[in-house]
Design a protein around this ligand. Structure first.
Ligand SMILES: NC(=O)c1ccc[n+]([C@@H]2O[C@H](COP(=O)([O-])OP(=O)(O)OC[C@H]3O[C@@H](n4cnc5c(N)ncnc54)[C@H](O)[C@@H]3O)[C@@H](O)[C@H]2O)c1
Length: 249
């Protein structure tokens, strides 16, 4: 895939899936702008620049409308365009049975994982509408397609991301904007690292997983780059589950 001359915005590019996708976009020739609350975004930028690519980052809390709007403006100011976006920043609340979920954990998960995607879509689409279109991928989860136990706020937020994806996709297809969702299964990142050290947890997970392992973050990048590319010009409003077969059982 050739992203030469393209500008891509990635939220949550400090680590995990967002960092891997940022590196992949840059390797394919894109200029990458990262929005993240974590200053280790600078490390992702340094990795890209060390490999000869173009990247920058701006501290952004995706739950803040003004910060998200400033991020899109900064992307265009720095690189002159916004052709594609990966709305990927997310958090995982502490695992709790449904009736024991703290209201504050519910509110923060919805603010970051759902409202954050909503705000990013609004700002990105406004720009793309006025500048010839674009392509957007939202990082949902298998938790956006099925329910995982003890993760009600996350499951609700990720199902909401699927709803936002479909809503934006059908409203802006004729403006040349495609919006799709990625639904990863278990990926070994900072978000899930503790699970790998929880006695019995991974054994139980692997027993129910056809592929019997977690994904590396880089295993998400191929689908993300495909969906944002001109190889996918008729692909819109869909959810792409990348889970090693977990939800096929
Ligand atoms: N790891 C998995 O198994 C898995 C599975 C399905 C979906 N996902 C989703 O993938 C996305 C990326 O997660 P990951 O696994 O790479 O985890 P991660 O923790 O490595 O990355 C999450 C990134 O989001 C950033 N972030 C958190 N809150 C933010 C905020 N308010 N504003 C801006 N940035 C913020 C973090 O700093 C970090 O860079 C998330 O949306 C997550 O829900 C992950």
């Amino acid at each position: 895939m050739n992203y030469s001359g393209k500008v891509v915005l990635v939220t949550g590019g400090s680590s995990g899936i967002g960092r891997a996708a940022s590196l992949a976009f840059a390797r394919a020739g894109a200029a990458v702008m990262i929005g993240d609350v974590d200053e280790r975004a600078a490390e992702t930028v340094a990795l890209i620049q060390a490999a000869g690519g173009q990247a920058a980052w701006q501290r952004t809390d995706v739950s803040s409308k003004s910060q998200v709007e400033a991020l899109v403006a900064a992307t265009v100011a720095r690189f002159g365009a916004l052709n594609a976006a990966l709305n990927n920043a997310g958090i995982l609340p502490p695992p709790r049975p449904f009736t024991e979920v703290a209201e504050a954990d519910f509110d923060r998960t919805i603010a970051v994982d759902l409202k954050g995607v909503f705000l990013c879509l609004q700002a990105e689409i406004r720009h793309m509408q006025a500048h010839g279109g674009g392509a957007i991928v939202n990082t949902a989860s298998v938790g956006g397609v099925i329910a995982n136990p003890n993760m009600a706020p996350y499951v609700a937020a990720k199902h909401g991301v699927v709803g936002l994806t479909k809503s934006a996709a059908i409203e802006y297809a004729r403006a040349g904007i495609r919006v799709n969702a990625l639904a990863p299964g278990l990926v070994r990142t900072e978000m899930t690292e503790a699970w790998f050290h929880t006695p019995g947890f991974m054994e139980a997970f692997y027993a129910g997983s056809p592929i019997g392992r977690a994904a590396d973050p880089a295993e998400m990048s191929g689908m993300i780059l495909h969906l944002c590319s001109d190889d996918a010009t008729f692909t819109n409003g869909q959810v792409f589950v990348i889970d090693g077969g977990q939800t096929a059982i």
